[in-house]
Design a protein around this ligand. Sequence first.
Ligand code: GRF
Length: 257
Amino acid sequence: MADVRRMVVLVSGHGSNLQSLMDAAADPSYGAEVVLVASDRPGAYGLERARAAGVETAVVRPVDFPDRAAFDEALTGVVAAARPDVVCLAGFMRILGPRFVRSFPDRIVNTHPSLLPAFRGAHAVRDALAYGVRVTGCTVHLVDEEVDHGPVLMQAPVAVEDGDDEASLHDRIKQEEHRLLPAAVRLVAHGRVRLDGRRARLLAGGPEPAAIPGPAAGPGTAAGPGPAAGPGTAAGPAGSGRRGRAPDREPIDGGTP
Ligand code: GRF
């Protein structure tokens, strides 16, 4: 395909969201490829996924720099050298500094495991469970200089089920992230997002939000019937997913995803 856009993905851990991007990109009609996977942690499993897929990798460790600004500068250089059309934070557990964010304006996408603005921060799934909400979910959004704050691109709800623990709930949230993230990243990569203040309009005439695969079938929310699914919102009742897997998220100090 002629116009293949360039994605750089930053990971700190397991990399299942990275995998969803690489799987999507394997279809030539997706129109974008992962050209670099960078991590702050040399042991991140996401780096192995990238190598297995033949994608270039880089490691930029905070410990190798005198301060946050120097780390930010180095990471900016590594990412900029890959000439990305879009930068995706896929479980990257560091707060990006202003130098980084300003270098890729409205081209950095993050996925967060809650319905923002609820439960910002590094323990969104745990915090939602502790609060006792019946519905949580995920948010794919543009990154600005505040943590978990930029304009929302897509969201999907996930019902909290009796007996959920952090791992089981996060697992189902990730299923939704794997569905939304590639669709949202593709729109950004192809310049199909217009901002009006905080409000993001996802443009038709290119990759369509309607192309997002539907949510997993399930019982809807425990609080009542699930919302109607609709193109563009990517909303719909989330079902019960895989169970009993180890938590995908590793405890990492530093920033929040
Ligand atoms: C995802 O739930 C993402 O929202 C959060 O960290 C998790 C990363 O999972 N920021 P993985 O590494 O992609 O499996």
